[in-house]
Design a binder for this molecule. Structure first.
Ligand code: SAJ
Length: 412
């Protein structure tokens, strides 16, 4: 198969950078999204998400006509699905976006096509996708029935890029490729080899699905361990940051950093997919999720206790994003903490978030003010460090000497 045209379904944090990188390798790429505004923005050579250098790459490939966006499916050699896989209220996976993507591409599938699922997915989802496509196209044969001789090839290749470093990691990371048949895997490798410098490692679809969930669960469990240590250390009057640094000097110990909780749409979500598949067996994985989800409430209690010592304290909360040096506030423990402090009305709350221009409505409605670090420090009695943004790390620590400081990231 020589790949000339790729259709990427979902132009979000993964789909758009991937589409742009593939287009930059000379293939014709069409990005499909249900969001007309996003489609229009991309067709102007602009972007609707924040990711370093992505604007430059998208502008270049749109200008040269290698990338365009649309809301309607069209024929292609390869279909790549990069849509969200959130969870429902009971933590069970919501596969409706993948199912919708299958419905969208099924009518335009042709013999010889390759369909790749990039979305992080519970074990068995690639098989489900294959089933949905087969149901919609009884005139074609599929690899779950015909193996290497099928008309359509289907593989899972989970995205593994770190927000903030997406363009580098898209190229440098190894890829785990799980085809439904050997030929499916080989065809997927052919595509990834065009833009990946890392190794493309072949496995089956279920193992590829589980590998991605395992990576994020491993990180979640490690952070939960650190968060549990931080609570233990508070009780035992030990500096957890010093403790972790010392323990990590052992050649076989590598503890991650405690923080105010775990945010974002990956680490805080994906472990639940394993728990949902094996509720009886996934005990450590579930407990890690519960431990990390409980951490924001521990921080809120700490702040409330400190605030009680003042008549009406001014509380400066440093950071709202879900992690350092990004503008993404979705599923952010920092945001959750500030929201709850404002609702409890325990003082005047000032938020410092250098990566945004205005506060989310629910915060401004609760009376939270957005200020610069300098302005906030001038008036604050209590300073709570919620995100380790570079601006906060660079601050002169003497500015904090007269404040009560709660530092959830260990940077002051
Ligand atoms: N966090 C800590 N302590 C740490 C590291 C992180 O509290 O030592 C917190 C962060 O502040 C943040 C959350 O965890 O709130 C998640 O941040 P992250 O940097 O660990 O991960 P994400 O969600 O930005 O990206 C992860 C990555 N997975 C792994 O590193 C195993 C990325 O490679 C995946 O592609 C991404 O999930 C994804 O899309 O699944």
């Amino acid at each position: 198969m020589s790949i000339k045209k790729v259709l990427v379904v979902g132009l979000g944090y993964i789909g758009l950078p991937t589409a742009a990188v593939i287009a930059s390798r000379g293939m014709d790429v069409v990005g499909l999204d249900v969001n007309q505004e996003a489609v229009d923005t991309i067709n102007k050579g602009e972007i609707h998400i924040v990711e370093p250098d992505l604007d430059i790459v998208v502008r270049a490939v749109v200008m040269t006509g290698k990338l365009r966006a649309t809301t309607e499916a069209e024929v292609a050699d390869v279909f790549m699905i990069a849509v969200p896989t959130p969870f429902k209220e009971d933590h069970s996976p919501d596969l409706s976006y993948i199912q919708a993507a299958a419905k969208t591409i099924a009518p335009v599938l042709e013999k010889g096509n390759l369909v790749i699922l990039e979305s992080t997915s519970p074990v068995g989802t690639t098989e489900k996708l294959a089933g949905w496509l087969k149901e919609a196209r009884p005139d074609l044969s599929f690899p779950q029935d015909k193996g290497d001789t099928a008309d359509i090839n289907i593989a899972h290749c989970p995205e593994r890029v770190l927000p903030g470093y997406v363009l580098q990691e898209l190229v440098s990371n190894d890829r785990v490729i799980g085809g439904i048949s050997n030929r499916c895997s080989e065809k997927a490798v052919e595509l990834y080899k065009t833009f990946v410098r890392g190794e493309c490692i072949i496995t089956n679809a279920r193992t590829a699905e589980m590998a991605k969930l395992t990576e994020n669960s491993f990180r979640d469990v490690n952070i939960a361990f650190a968060n549990e240590l931080s609570v233990i250390c508070d009780k035992l009057k030990i500096n957890v940051w010093e403790l972790v640094k010392l323990a990590n000097r052992h050649p076989r110990v590598n503890i991650l950093n405690p923080g105010p909780g775990v945010g974002g749409h990956c680490i805080a979500v994906d472990p639940w997919f394993i728990v949902d598949s094996c509720p009886e067996e996934a005990n450590i994985i579930r407990q890690a999720r519960l431990t990390n989800d409980a951490k924001p409430f521990y921080v809120i209690d700490q702040i409330t206790k400190v605030a009680d010592e003042f008549k009406r304290p001014v509380i400066a909360c440093l950071g709202l994003a879900f992690k350092a040096d990004i503008d993404d506030l979705r599923e952010s423990p920092a945001l959750q903490i500030v929201q709850e402090l404002a609702i409890r009305n325990i003082g005047d709350i000032i938020a410092v978030e250098p990566n945004i221009q205005s506060l989310p409505k629910n915060l401004s409605k609760e009376g939270v003010q957005l200020a610069t670090l300098e302005a906030a420090l001038e008036v604050a009695n209590v300073v709570v460090v919620l995100v380790d943004h570079k601006e906060f790390k660079a601050a002169d620590s003497t500015q904090f000497t007269t404040k009560v400081v709660i530092d959830t990231r260990g940077i002051i």
